[in-house]
Design a protein around this ligand. Structure first.
Ligand code: P70
Length: 462
């Protein structure tokens, strides 16, 4: 088999500014050791997120020029609506500025204080938006998701038995909605199988519970279904995606991921009454229902992105490039969540730094060390992001896993960039025994990881 190449040429380039280790040490100190607080120009390879960081195609830029900025009834909205209806199949499209706005509009419309919302695993903003309306966000991942080094194909699935148990325990009247996140971002970027979506949908509908999908990475999920689920290999990704959505009553979507756009999102639903309530709230906080806080040109970029993202040459390259990073790290002995996810490789910080206990934030140490070593920026998905301070005792509780995610922006980096990342991580791995923990010196009440400040508990950078 020949090398899987990037199925595009590069027409416009952005320079990367080289930095020295001494400069990076200074930058980290100024940022309170939080990689979110670094200036992007001080980062060499930015794997903080795959969200809003895609390179757009020539067709998307052309569509941007076609963007119609009418306040109401823009043809750009109708072009997006047509593509969303064709691919997602939902009756109502309500555009928003990004995914979390879609979440806020959905949850504040359907949830009441004391309600319970199950999900395979809530991502950070999803959990925060459920909690912000006084409801409880419950994660129901399959037990295999905990076997981090075991390369099973659908570790993103929801535990259907646990869902039935939750419904029996709290009662249907307290569960206004059930969601499934594809792919499962907090659990290692692992996909959800078609069979699991079908089964979760059936359980929800048996109890009259609306079933929604957090569709951020639906195309990567559909391609992984095509590759790894029995009976799916001959179907097109578009067909598989349509079937996935056919089981749901609606979805939230951040177009910054598989929309291949730099901004945007939407909430979609088949429920007329809910759509009406959501549009009222949209007008109050986001904008008129045919633009929802976006410019007409953004709607165009998403409409074209939703065509391109299901191209199988693109997905073949996309999944191969993530796997390339994962396989090279594995060959170097670096512990990662197996198999590599759809959009990212997750370093297993607990196995990388087994001598650093969870409350000394091993993922934070690793993220800081990767930046110091080679200007590579990943993100901690561990106790900083998902740990909690017990409201009654004030005690710090660890998160469910200690990971550092290396998210690959779509169509942005080449193979030699990835080779460089492997070298940086391998060098840090070789000196892992000299790496210690961190403590948090400042934190916000919600979503603390974005703005917290830290202090090393060891001689960092020496
Ligand atoms: C990411 C970003 C966003 C997201 C998501 C899922 C499954 C909803 C949203 C919200 C967030 C992030 C995390 C760390 C660093 C930078 C950014 N995920 N559901 O990278 O969508 O961002 O458009 O409001 O993954 O995974 P939005």
């Amino acid at each position: 088999m020949k090398t899987i190449i990037e199925p595009f040429r590069i027409k416009s380039v952005e320079p990367i500014r080289m930095t020295t280790r001494a400069e990076r040490l200074e930058c980290l100190r100024d940022a309170g050791y939080n990689v979110f607080l670094l200036r992007a120009q001080d980062v060499l390879i930015d794997l903080l997120t795959d969200s809003g960081t895609s390179a757009m195609s020539a067709e998307q830029w052309a569509a941007i020029m076609r963007g119609d900025e009418a306040y109401a009834g823009s043809p750009s909205f109708y072009r997006l609506e047509a593509r969303v209806k064709e691919l997602f199949g939902f009756k109502h499209l309500i555009p928003t500025h990004q995914g979390r706005a879609a979440e806020r509009i959905l949850f504040s419309t359907v949830c009441r204080p004391g309600d319970v919302v199950p999900n395979n695993t809530h991502f950070d903003t999803t959990r925060a938006n459920v909690e912000a309306v006084g409801a409880k966000a419950v994660d129901l991942p399959v037990p295999e998701s905990q076997r981090r080094q075991d390369p099973l194909p659908f570790k993103g699935n929801m535990d259907v038995g646990a869902l039935r148990g939750l419904i029996a325990e709290v009662g249907v009247e307290r569960i206004p909605i059930c969601m499934i996140t594809i792919t499962n971002n907090s659990g290692g970027g692992q996909p959800v199988s078609l069979a699991n979506v079908r089964e979760v949908s059936a359980v929800c509908h048996e109890h009259g519970i609306p079933f929604y999908i957090d569709a951020c990475r639906f195309a990567e999920n559909a391609y992984l279904i095509k590759l790894n689920e029995a009976g799916q290999s001959e179907r097109s990704v578009e067909e598989i995606a349509r079937e996935v959505f056919s089981y749901a009553d609606g979805c939230t979507f951040s177009a910054k991921k598989d929309g291949l756009a730099n901004i945007g999102g939407f909430v979609a639903t088949n429920d007329d009454r809910l759509a009406e309530q959501e549009r009222e709230l949209l007008i109050l906080t986001e904008g008129f229902p045919t633009y929802g806080g976006l410019a007409g040109r953004d709607l165009e970029a998403i409409a074209v992105g939703l065509q391109e993202v299901v191209h199988e040459d693109y997905l073949h390259y996309r999944l191969a490039s993530v796997r390339y990073l994962g396989d090279h790290l594995t060959a170097a002995g670096v512990p990662i969540v197996q198999p590599p996810g759809g959009h990212a490789v997750y370093l297993d910080a607990a196995a990388f730094l087994p001598h650093v206990p969870p409350l000394e934030l091993p993922g934070q140490s690793l993220a800081a060390e990767l930046y110091l070593e080679g200007g590579v920026r990943g993100v901690e998905i561990g106790t900083v992001m998902f740990g909690r301070r017990d409201p009654e005792t004030g005690e710090d509780l660890p998160g469910p896993m200690e990971l550092v995610r290396l998210a690959i922006p779509r169509r942005v980096y080449t193979q030699s960039h990835v080779d460089y990342v492997v070298e940086v991580i391998t060098d840090v791995y070789h000196r892992r025994e000299s790496i210690g923990g961190f403590r948090m010196t400042r934190q916000a009440e919600v979503l603390r990881h974005f703005t917290a400040w830290f202090e090393p508990l060891y001689a960092f950078g020496t």
